[in-house]
Design a protein. Structure first.
Length: 176
């Protein structure tokens, strides 16, 4: 790789291409691929790296307590949970329809795990979402009254495609 090409890739922030160029060039010469195919391989790798990076960013911003997934949920141990219903939710149509899902049940039945699994699924599909405990959300709303940032808080929440509010049953509300 020439110094000029290396500098251009750095300036354009094409880090993945920079990382794989030296290994892909000999492989492309050996396979006798066209310039177009070689370039396609490099750009495809860069695109995948950006997609992964964007997903990681969405997951970090979502504040998930754990990276629970629907695939690992122990349905056999929770007979009250309908696998069919959860699979239907996992299609994420409720987001497009702006519908709410409320999971109700006894403690330690997997409500948070299922909800986090749905949020993770949404994040993997390009949606923006956030996990928040109900008490933390109400405390943040209460604090926003004091510093007059309620409008900013509501704008931030309105930009989300999915807001997962956990532990509604443990709320300690102020009259405000």
């Amino acid at each position: 790789m020439t110094e000029e090409l290396e500098q251009l890739l750095k300036n354009l922030r094409l880090r993945r291409i920079l990382e794989i160029y030296d290994e892909q060039l000999p492989a492309a010469e050996k396979e006798d691929v066209t310039y177009s195919e070689f370039l396609t391989r490099l750009v495809r790798a860069q695109w995948h790296a950006r997609q992964e990076s964007a997903l990681e960013w969405r997951i970090q911003r979502a504040n998930l307590p754990e990276r629970w997934s629907l695939e690992t949920f122990p349905f056999a141990q929770q007979p009250g949970v309908s696998r069919k219903q959860i699979r239907a939710f996992a299609e994420l149509e409720f987001i497009a329809k702006a519908e709410n899902i409320v999971l109700i049940g006894e403690t330690a039945r997997g409500k948070t795990g299922l909800a986090c699994g749905l949020l993770l699924k949404a994040l993997e599909n390009g949606y923006r979402g956030q996990f928040v405990r109900a008490q933390d959300l109400f405390d943040e709303m209460y604090a926003s009254l004091a510093d007059r940032s309620t409008r900013q808080l509501l704008k931030r929440l309105a930009r989300l495609d999915l807001l997962l509010i956990d532990e509604f049953g443990y709320l300690n509300l102020k009259p405000e």
